[in-house]
Design a protein around this ligand. Structure first.
Ligand SMILES: C[S@@+](CC[C@H](N)C(=O)[O-])C[C@H]1O[C@@H](n2cnc3c(N)ncnc32)[C@H](O)[C@@H]1O
Length: 447
C-alpha cells in the first residue's frame, strides 16, 4: 500500500470507531480480516496512525476546527508527526485509494493554526470532564503530564532473575537494540518507531526460555517497592494474568509462597503457562470456585497482601489511547467502590506486623490518595509507610545495579527525586519517571 492509501485506511478505521464506539484493537483486527492484501508492514503503519490520532484527538480537532476523522488525521500528521502543510498536501493527493486533496481552508489551518489559547484538556488531549480531577492531581503541570501520557510508549521487558541476568538478556536482544531501563534493575527497553512494527518479542528464544517477560517498568517497580522478600508469605489478591505475581516470585528467589487469586478466573487463565515458562516454583494459583472461600486458611498469616486494584487505567493512556475517550464518570465511581471493598478485604489476610501494598495504574486522586486516606481513617491500627522511604529503597537497588545509567527521563538523579510523594503514597508518571502512570502505597499494621 502507498503511504496515502494507508492514511485513507486509518481514516476509515477512525470513522468506524466513531460509528460503533468499540475498542481500537477490535476495529483494526476487523479491518485486517477484510483487507487480506495488506501486509504486516501496512497493518503496523495503519495501527500507528490510528493510535496516534486517538492520542491527539482533541488537539487535532482544535487545530482543524473540525471533529471529522479526516480532520483528526490531518491534525495528527501536523502535531504528532511534525509534517507541514506542503508535506501533508502531497499525501492527500486524490489519487486512487488516497484521501481527497486538501481544501483551501484545511491547507490554511494546517499552515497557520496553533494550540495557543487552547484549554488544558485540549492541549493535554483528555476528556473535558476529567479536567478538575487532573487539576487536583497535577495542578498547572497537568498539560505537560497529560502530553506525556499522550506520547507513544516504549516496549519494556522484565528480565527474569530466576533464569538469567540483565546483561545476558541484553546481549541476547542486542539485535533489537534493547537497553537498560533507568530505574528497575531488571528492566530492558526497546524503542518502537512511529511507522515501525513492534518487535515480535514473544518469538524470541529469550522469551520462549522464560528469560524475559513483557512488563512496563512502572509495573516492575510497583512489585519491587512492595519489598517482597525471600521466604515471605504473600497474597496477590488481584493477580489477573500474573504480571506482578511473576515479578514477586522472582524477587523472592522462588522461596516462600505467593498465593495468586483473582475474582475472575478468565483473567487468571494465562498465568499457568507464564509461571511454567518462568520456572516459578513458589506460586499457588487460587482460582475462585463458586461460593467456596478458597483463601480461608490464609487469614491472619500473610506478611504481605498486594492489592493491584481494578482501576480506570488512566496511567496507561500511552498504550490504550482509545480508553481515555471511552472512560465515563460512572466508571470512576464504580472502580472507587471496588477498590475500597478490596482494601477492606485485604486486612483479613495480614498477620500482625504485616503490610498491604495498594497499587493502581491510575493517576486520579480518588483512586489513589483518597482511597488510602479513607482506609486509614476507617481501619484502626494501620498507617502508611512514608513514601519517601519506600522510594529510597529502590534508589539504592537501582544505583547498585544500573550505575550511571540510573538517570530518568526528567533528569532526576534518583528515583526518590523523580516520583511524586504525598503523605500516603508515591506516583510515577510518563513525565516524571518515563513509565506508565502508577500509584503505590505501602501500609503497615502497628499491632
Ligand atoms: C489491574 S488488574 C490486575 C493486573 C495484574 N495484577 C498484573 O500485574 O498483571 C486488576 C484485577 O483485579 C481483578 N478483580 C476485580 N475485583 C476483584 C475482587 N473483588 N477480588 C479479586 N480480584 C478482583 C480483576 O479481575 C483484574 O484482573
Amino acid at each position: 500500500m502507498t503511504p496515502s492509501a494507508r492514511l485513507q485506511a486509518a481514516i476509515d478505521i477512525l470513522a468506524d470507531l466513531d460509528a460503533r464506539r468499540r475498542p481500537a484493537a477490535e476495529a483494526l483486527k476487523d479491518w485486517g480480516a477484510h483487507h487480506r492484501f495488506a501486509g504486516s508492514g501496512d497493518r503496523a503503519a495503519i495501527a500507528g496512525l490510528v493510535y496516534d490520532a486517538l492520542r491527539r484527538q482533541a488537539s487535532a480537532t482544535w487545530l482543524l476546527d473540525a471533529a471529522t476523522p479526516r480532520a483528526v488525521m490531518l491534525g495528527t500528521l501536523r502535531l504528532a508527526r511534525g509534517l507541514d502543510a506542503e508535506a501533508i498536501a502531497r499525501l492527500f493527493d486524490g489519487s486512487a485509494h488516497a484521501p481527497a486533496p486538501l481544501t483551501e481552508s484545511e491547507r490554511e489551518r494546517l499552515a497557520t493554526a496553533s494550540l495557543e489559547g487552547a484549554p488544558a484538556w485540549v492541549a493535554g488531549d483528555y476528556p473535558e470532564w476529567l479536567d478538575g480531577r487532573l487539576a487536583a492531581a497535577f495542578g498547572d503541570a497537568r498539560i505537560e503530564e497529560a502530553r506525556a501520557l499522550a506520547a507513544r510508549a516504549p516496549l519494556d521487558l522484565r528480565v527474569n532473575r530466576l533464569r538469567t541476568g540483565r546483561a545476558a538478556a541484553r546481549a541476547a536482544l542486542a539485535h533489537l537494540h534493547a537497553a537498560d531501563t533507568p530505574w528497575s534493575p531488571d528492566g530492558l527497553r526497546i524503542l518502537v518507531p512511529a511507522e515501525g512494527k513492534s518487535p515480535a518479542v514473544q518469538a524470541e528464544p529469550a522469551f520462549l526460555k522464560g528469560q524475559i517477560e513483557i512488563q512496563d517498568e512502572g509495573s516492575q517497580l510497583a512489585a519491587l517497592l512492595t519489598g517482597a522478600k525471600a521466604g515471605e508469605q504473600v497474597l496477590d489478591l488481584c493477580a489477573g494474568g500474573g504480571g506482578k505475581t511473576l515479578a514477586l516470585a522472582a524477587l523472592m528467589a522462588n522461596r516462600g509462597q505467593v498465593f495468586a487469586f483473582d475474582a475472575d478466573s478468565r483473567r487468571l487463565a494465562p498465568i499457568f503457562a507464564r509461571l511454567e515458562r518462568a520456572s516459578t516454583r513458589n506460586v499457588q494459583v487460587r482460582a475462585p470456585r463458586g461460593k467456596q472461600d478458597v483463601l480461608a486458611e490464609l487469614a491472619g498469616h500473610m506478611d504481605l497482601v498486594v492489592v493491584d486494584a481494578p482501576c480506570t487505567g488512566t496511567g496507561t493512556w500511552r498504550r490504550n489511547p482509545d480508553a481515555k475517550w471511552r472512560l465515563r464518570p460512572g466508571a470512576v465511581e464504580q472502580r472507587v467502590k471496588e477498590q475500597a471493598e478490596l482494601l477492606d478485604q485485604a486486612v483479613r489476610y495480614v498477620k500482625p506486623g504485616g503490610r498491604i501494598a495498594y497499587v493502581t495504574c491510575s493517576v486520579l486522586p480518588e483512586e489513589n490518595e483518597g482511597q488510602i486516606r479513607r482506609f486509614i481513617a476507617a481501619t484502626p491500627g494501620w498507617r502508611a509507610v512514608a513514601p519517601e522511604s519506600v522510594a529510597a529503597t529502590l534508589a539504592k537497588s537501582a544505583a547498585a545495579t544500573a550505575g550511571d545509567d540510573a538517570a530518568s527521563a526528567n533528569g532526576a538523579a534518583t528515583f526518590a527525586e523523580a516520583v511524586r510523594c504525598s503523605d500516603v503514597g508515591l506516583t510515577m508518571t510518563p513525565l516524571r519517571t518515563g513509565t506508565d502512570g502508577f500509584f503505590l502505597s505501602l501500609m503497615t499494621r502497628k499491632d
